[in-house]
Design a protein around this ligand. Structure first.
Ligand code: SF4
Length: 389
């Protein structure tokens, strides 16, 4: 006996008959034609525009993506420009969106399209899957929306709404369940409207059958069909295995400046925030004395130190719990480093244009942007106390 039957038996009612997915297609498309939002990437769904939008939307809300999308398209209007863009320009355009590997993969894929596909985005699902950063969801979205190919585009939103509508007990974190849903959706894909069908599923998940908070069932085109709603069991779907807890990492961030410059360093070329710029930091939460003694070991003489606000940044599997200090030193670039300085030195006013600093550091990056020169920082030091040394 299935879980559904057991639950229904326990409640003294018979389980509803399974809901054929095909019954959901027409009401969904009618609703989409009437209610879909007008979004910049829907206006002219060229392969490039669909691709860029889908990559940006992977981890970011629609409203947050819009200004980034417009700016990106203005700076890099096509595949060739993207392939030729210097990495720092690209990361700068991406700054604030997070998950920077998405941007790097865009460039790698653009180079591959230029070299292998004559500069034209491939229109086949299987070929799209060969491009860096393109998984089954994005390949399905591009193939269906930009090329009208019958391909499913299944992400967490789609899994959630299908699980609710059909009371599917599969664990949506399980790849086998995802593949099954892709296959089932492909089997009912409406001819000639694959792109609209996929976008309608995404739209329903984003605006009506939402992930957090109560779904807006009264507005839903599946209101009279949805099994979970009819059974009063929406909160039980989708089924999901529990996530592993995030690793919490404590850090002490150091905004080290002299009269004209700020110390930065480049993160390693692999791993979290690869290749981005960051402030020097120490592991753990360090008291002022330890920060000063660390600077001493580097040969810096601190003139002034001040505690900054605490900050927290959450990544998918990791959380940074940060405290910070602003430290004024007499001179950053010391002759005794002889070309082996532990940091690089960003000139005042240069940082914003030249060095992509990930949003994880935004609480501390404001201290270099705010000052645009030393005056504002000096003001801040006076207002916020701190200690002259
Ligand atoms: S009726 Fe409600 S729970 Fe069911 S799919 Fe629609 S919004 Fe989601």
């Amino acid at each position: 006996m299935s879980t559904k039957e057991k639950n229904a038996g326990a409640r003294g009612v018979s389980a509803p008959p399974p809901l054929p997915l095909g019954d959901l297609v027409e009401p969904l498309l009618l609703w989409y034609d009437r209610a879909h939002r007008s979004l910049p990437w829907r206006e002219e769904p060229t392969p490039y525009r669909v691709w860029i939008s889908e990559i940006m939307l992977q981890q970011t809300r629609v409203e947050a993506v819009k200004p980034y999308y417009d700016r990106f398209l203005r700076a890099l209007p096509d595949i060739r420009h993207l392939a030729e863009a210097p990495e720092e320009e690209l990361l700068k355009l991406w700054e604030g969106l997070g998950y920077y590997n998405r941007a790097r993969n865009l460039k790698k894929a653009a180079i591959m399209i230029e070299e292998t596909y004559g500069g034209q985005m491939p229109d086949e699902y299987e070929e799209l899957l060969k491009l860096p950063g393109i998984g089954s969801y994005t390949a399905g979205a591009i193939a269906s929306i930009a090329f009208g190919q019958p391909a499913a585009a299944v992400d967490g939103n789609v899994l959630r709404i299908i699980a609710r509508a059909t009371m599917d007990d599969g664990d949506i974190m399980d790849q086998k369940v995802r593949r099954r849903v892709e296959k089932d959706l492909l089997a009912v894909m409406p001819q000639g409207r694959a792109g609209d069908f996929n976008q309608a599923l995404m739209e329903l998940g984003a605006t009506v059958c939402i992930p957090n908070g109560a779904p807006k069932c009264a507005e839903c085109p599946w209101h009279d069909r949805c099994r979970a709603r009819i059974e009063g069991r929406i909160s039980e779907y989708p089924k999901k295995s529990p996530k592993k807890p995030r690793v919490i990492e404590e850090k002490t961030i150091l905004v080290i400046q002299d009269e004209n410059r700020t110390a930065l360093r480049r993160r390693p070329s692999r791993g979290l925030l690869a290749g981005m710029y960051e402030f020097p930091s120490l592991p753990g939460h360090r008291p002022e004395e330890e920060v000063l003694s660390y600077l001493n070991t580097l040969g810096y003489r601190a003139i002034h130190i001040r505690r900054l606000e605490d900050a927290r940044h959450i990544f998918t599997h990791r959380e940074w719990d940060m405290i910070g200090y602003a430290v004024r030193v007499d001179e950053l670039d010391r002759p005794e480093f002889e070309g082996n300085a532990p940091f690089l030195f960003a000139e005042n006013g240069e940082t914003e244009e030249k060095y992509p600093i990930p949003s994880a550091f935004s609480k501390y990056a404001q201290y270099i942007r705010l000052r645009l020169g030393t005056e504002r920082l000096k003001e801040g030091e006076q207002n916020n106390g701190g200690k002259s040394l």
